[in-house]
Ligand binder design. Structure first.
Ligand code: NI
Length: 492
């Protein structure tokens, strides 16, 4: 992993900055693609030292709503971590309040994912993208929080500006530009420069300030994403100290990327990991032995390393269904899963309910997540766990097309509800039966703490711990089919 420390005391560093997306790809040097001025070069999170991800989720069970919120945590930015944690809790609280009474129709869904809009010793920015589905379709909103490593403070995007007057002058520039580009489609009255509306700002590679608006905020919803890029020189006199450093930071990073592209590609080919092959060869015959498959979704997270230690100590194999965004942020842990004999499946890119998406979006989500996992492990996942266990005909067709089987569960430990470790262990042990597929989440400390007890008690009852495909032995699993339990035939 090409991680480096940049300067003493500040480890945050972007080594490669490219593309508009999380899984950064280095463009061909021979082709110069003019960048759309409002697109931001997100930082590849794997190049940032001390980054892990946090997840809040709800809805695999009988809850009336689907919720999935992820955000990063940075060792050296405690104030930012606090801000992001509070924001996530607030979003969950508000969404629960708004969906308290359940209407007929599909479940409401809240999905929050993130990107790093900056990560340098000068400034760090986390862009949260919120998708919310209530009755009508999806609506999207973005908000970007900034962290000043010099001051140790986290601020909203308006903290990039030198006070209220500067923000007001920025508002004038933005309004002028949007009216010029989009004309009368823009509701100019909606462009009010305050911290609540100008809540998502970051710099593009040229140092222009990109101001993003939420869906429906400054014009009809059909406009989709509305953003303005205020030229670097125009915005420079309006910036705060943090803003000026952040602007300088992206320009340095852009230069650095150009230099980096001359360097050698990252080394280390996980496909050549012989340890992984050896461990996977140790399979258990579940026709002869009592087997259960422990499954862990939504990671990797801050407790995944400890879980891998426990599984190793307990000589147990498990099946992991990491989220694409999390796998892309921490490929080292995903490689460790695979190298230690566990199976790594696919849980989609951002935990959207795949049963509720059109075919192209389902395919894209699974492919992106599959790529993140195969980049880490050298293996393309052949199992898909649908987020929230929700399966529709389009998802089945895409899974069949991509050569993957769908795996749900028949034992739910309800570890998402935040109960005690002892209760999670009790539920797993009590409901276990030969062929059980047990649902857990490696993003919760309580779950990880429950695992040694689960292993000991189930082993005492004569169980072996296997990966999901081992449950089906020589019969194997078929692409596009759904599997809920190892004790029967596939459901469809
Ligand atoms: Ni999940």
């Amino acid at each position: 992993m090409r991680k480096k420390r940049f300067s003493p005391g500040i480890a945050l560093l972007a080594l490669s900055v490219s593309g508009c997306g999380m899984a950064a790809t280095v463009p061909d040097r021979g082709i110069v693609v003019p960048a759309e001025p409002t697109s931001i070069d997100f930082v590849d999170p794997t190049t940032v030292v001390g980054l892990s991800t946090r997840t809040i989720t709800e809805g695999d069970g009988t809850s009336g709503r689907h919720v999935h919120i992820t955000y990063p945590e940075l060792d050296e930015a405690p104030a930012l971590n606090r801000t992001l944690r509070e924001r996530a809790r607030e979003q969950l609280r508000v969404f629960r309040e708004r969906t308290k009474t359940r209407a007929a129709g599909p479940r409401p869904e809240l999905n929050v994912n993130w990107q790093l809009a900056a990560a340098s010793p000068e400034a760090v920015a986390v862009r949260l993208r919120t998708g919310e589905k209530l009755k009508a379709g999806w609506e999207y909103a973005t908000r970007t929080y900034w962290f000043d490593p010099h001051e140790g403070k986290a601020v909203r995007s308006s903290g990039l500006l030198a006070g209220k007057d500067a923000l007001g002058r920025l508002g004038v520039l933005v309004k002028r530009q949007l009216l010029k580009e989009r004309g009368s489609q823009i509701a100019a009255g909606g462009i009010i420069a305050d911290g609540d509306r100008f809540d998502s700002m970051a710099f593009n590679r040229d140092g222009d300030l990109v101001v993003e608006f939420d869906d429906c905020q400054v014009g009809p919803c059909r406009l989709g994403r509305v953003a303005a890029a205020v030229p670097a020189d125009d915005v420079a006199p309006l910036l705060s100290g943090l803003g000026a450093r952040a602007q300088a930071g992206v320009r340095t990073a852009a230069l650095k990327t150009a230099e980096d592209m001359d360097g050698p590609p990252p080394t280390g080919d996980p496909a050549n990991n012989t340890e992984a092959v050896r461990n996977l060869a140790v399979t258990t015959d579940c026709a002869e032995t009592k087997c259960v498959a422990l499954t862990f979704d939504d990671g990797p997270g801050p407790y995944t390393g400890a879980l891998l230690d426990e599984l190793q100590d307990g000589r147990a194999r498990a099946t992991f269904f990491p989220l694409g965004t999390n796998a892309a942020a921490d490929p080292g842990l995903v490689l460790r899963m695979s190298a230690e004999g566990h199976l790594v499946g696919n849980h989609g890119w951002t935990h959207r309910n795949l049963a509720d998406l059109p075919t192209s979006k389902i395919a894209d989500s699974l492919r992106r997540a599959g790529n993140a996992i195969s980049t880490a492990t050298g293996r393309t996942p052949t199992l898909v766990r649908p987020p929230y266990g929700a399966v529709g005909p389009e998802l089945r067709a895409v899974a069949a097309d991509q050569g993957a089987s769908l795996v749900t569960w028949d034992v739910d430990t309800h570890d998402q509800k935040g109960g005690k470790s002892a209760d999670i262990a009790d539920r797993a042990v009590r409901a276990a039966h030969p062929g059980a597929i047990i649902l857990m989440h490696d993003i919760h400390r309580e779950t990880v703490d429950a695992v040694p007890d689960i292993l000991e008690r189930l082993r005492g009852k004569g169980y072996s711990f296997v990966t999901v495909p081992e449950l089906y032995g020589t019969a194997g699993m078929q692409a596009g089919r759904m599997y809920r339990s190892g004790s029967g035939q596939p459901l469809t």
